[in-house]
Design a protein around this ligand. Sequence first.
Ligand code: GRF
Length: 200
Amino acid sequence: MNFAVFVSGYGSNLQAIIHALNRGQLKGTLGLVVCDRRDAHALKRAEKASLKTLFIDPQKYANPQSFDREVIIHLKEEKIEYIVLAGFMRILSPHFVRTYKNRIINIHPSLLPSFRGAHAIDEAWAQGVKVTGVTVHLVDEKIDHGPIIFQKAVGIRPHETRESLEARIHQVEHVLYPRAIDLLIHGRLKVVGRKVAVVS
Ligand code: GRF
């Protein structure tokens, strides 16, 4: 039940995870926060919460594989069993994904498989969809692709702005993600092919 959270940016999901841990809604140990950007606000949130952090500079590694190998060394040192991606802006190597098969979770601000990639909210907004949402999924070797754990729709309101939509999507994320993490780290997700069932 020892997990790491990987971040690159603002860290609002990390904050939601910290709150859920503090309130006992999420039971487990956040053993390490891994960040690839020195100036990420998420790193400050982790430090404020007195969490163990690892800043790892991608520029110091010749390729993504060597970066990932270094991260794995730290994860093993800290006895991390599960990986939670929360706005981590790097693609994990196949080796990394295989090492933690079905133990890496991601949150994405759209109803996958619609709007994969880093600009999901902008693309949904530009497309004029009436419904978008949030997906929590296990990570496999393809981007924003692994078996889906939870999805929640967010309808676009008549006077919605791009900013209000983003805020409402984040609100949903902050509720959904701690719940999914709790299920994952307590072994309550059964994965068969692309189907994920919650078991008791
Ligand atoms: C979230 O919208 C998440 O779905 C996506 O990246 C964003 C991270 O936001 N993967 P934050 O850094 O947690 O505020």
